[in-house]
Design a protein around this ligand. Structure first.
Ligand code: HGY
Ligand code: MN
Ligand code: MN
Ligand code: MN
Length: 417
């Protein structure tokens, strides 16, 4: 295998058609009739795509390891194995109404980078490491990005293994059910730098006609579990003024959430993504409601201010409607800046490829946002249609995916030497 040299690799390009075919080949695991993907973390479908990923990596000559939280690491040796690997990747789990590109593009473009280097017979000084992080989405087990958070030391492995989904299944049980509770200790694997390619999941690149987002960091995120205790009563005999209807309490609180986010706009966003009437019945006034709240902004102080205002609103609504609205914060991820050196490598790669680009901050959370706390990290964005994601209609173009893979390839070559 020849040594990398800028001239020998400057014109190296990924095989965009092969990447496109791979994206569509794996979309069958959890594929939905509407053309999306429903592949919740550690589901049977996730197990199938993990098996596919391991076989594809091994066919590319990579050595695949699995850690105690199921994260898959595919290693390509370098000339100097004493150097920590340059890592890249993302996640293969999806939302229930997921699309073909969220997370998947970053993992499969990473596989395409390995395949392209193999085809060209090019070696790198540092080893390369392709990573599929477990449970980036956080839909089945909270919080999101949990395996990369454990790798970064934000949670212990045991804390994560004990997390339960709505059915009461633990992460440990779910890993065992698909045979992906690996032997490696989480966080033990050295990583010298990390680069994640991802669709933007927002409208900016498409609106400005830019192909590449040079991502400078990720915004802050706060997750809450909410609980409203009103009072069940007869739907036919309880006069309206005497009701303590928990669903109406939530309805008012939801409008307060929207008002507070708008007041801190344009960057602040807040979402009640789950809501459940407990012991539901069509002829009982709802007495108990459980819900979730996701709140984000690039500024930590704004997250603090929004939380205080939300708690005030909850107390005011609860007092007036004679019910309790309890908010417990279960996760807070501070806004994170990416490494200036790796960001510059991404920018230089995009420039060298003659691709239109702009600096951007990520509205979505990513595994890179956790890695950034431990290793030099940056991200590459490509546009997605109408900025839509976490929706089965999510789509991107073959050309943009190929351009993203080329930026990833050239960035990795710059970092790995
Ligand atoms: O929630 C997020 O931002 C990520 O897509 N899981
Ligand atoms: Mn993602
Ligand atoms: Mn996502
Ligand atoms: Mn991600």
């Amino acid at each position: 295998m020849s040594q990398t040299s800028p001239s020998s690799t400057h014109n190296l390009r990924a095989d965009g058609a092969r990447l496109w075919a791979t994206i569509h080949e794996t979309a069958r695991f959890g594929g939905t009739p509407k053309g999306g993907i429903n592949r919740l973390t550690l589901s049977a479908e996730d197990g199938q795509v993990r098996d596919w990923f391991r076989e594809a990596c091994e066919a590319a000559g990579l050595t695949v390891g699995v850690d105690a939280l199921g994260t898959q690491y595919a290693l390509r040796p370098g000339q100097d194995m004493s150097l920590p690997p340059v890592a890249f990747g993302s996640h293969l789990d999806t939302q229930p109404t997921g699309g073909k590109f969220d997370g998947v593009l970053g993992v499969l473009a990473g596989l395409e980078v390995m395949r392209t280097l193999n085809d060209a017979g090019i070696g790198t000084r540092a080893p390369l490491l392709l990573v599929n992080w477990t449970n980036e989405e956080g839909s089945r087990f909270a919080p999101a990005m949990m395996a990369s958070a454990a790798y970064a030391g934000d949670f212990t492995t045991d804390e994560i293994l004990a997390k339960r989904d709505a059915a009461g299944t633990t992460v440990a049980e779910a890993l065992d059910a698909i045979g992906y509770r690996g032997g490696e200790a989480v966080g033990e694997r050295a990583i010298g730098a990390f680069v994640e390619l991802h669709i933007e999941q927002g409208p900016i690149l498409e609106a400005e006609g830019k192909t590449i987002g040079v991502v400078e960091g990720g915004q802050g995120i706060a997750w809450f579990d909410g609980r409203i205790e009103g009072f069940e009563s007869h739907a036919g005999t309880t006069p309206m003024p005497r009701r303590r209807d928990a669903l109406l309490g939530l309805s008012e609180f939801a409008l307060a959430v929207e008002r507070i986010a708008l007041a801190h706009g344009p960057s602040a966003v807040a979402t009640i993504g789950e809501a459940t009437i407990l012991a539901p019945s069509r002829n009982v006034v709802p007495g108990q409601v459980a819900f979730t709240l996701d709140m984000r902004d690039p500024r930590s102080a704004t997250l603090d201010a929004m939380e205080a205002e939300l708690r005030e609103a909850a107390a005011e609504i609860g007092g007036r409607r004679r019910m309790t609205l309890a908010l417990s914060r279960i996760w807070r991820k501070e806004p994170v800046p990416f490494d200036a050196g790796v960001v510059a490598a991404v920018e230089a790669a995009a420039e060298g490829l003659g691709l239109s680009r702009r600096r951007i901050v990520s509205g979505a959370g990513h595994d890179a946002c956790n890695l950034a706390g431990r290793v030099p990290t940056a991200m590459i964005f490509v546009p997605c249609k109408d900025g839509v994601s976490h929706n089965e209609s999510e789509s991107a173009t073959q050309g943009d995916c190929a351009a993203g893979a080329d930026v990833l390839l050239q960035t990795v070559l710059r970092l790995a030497g």
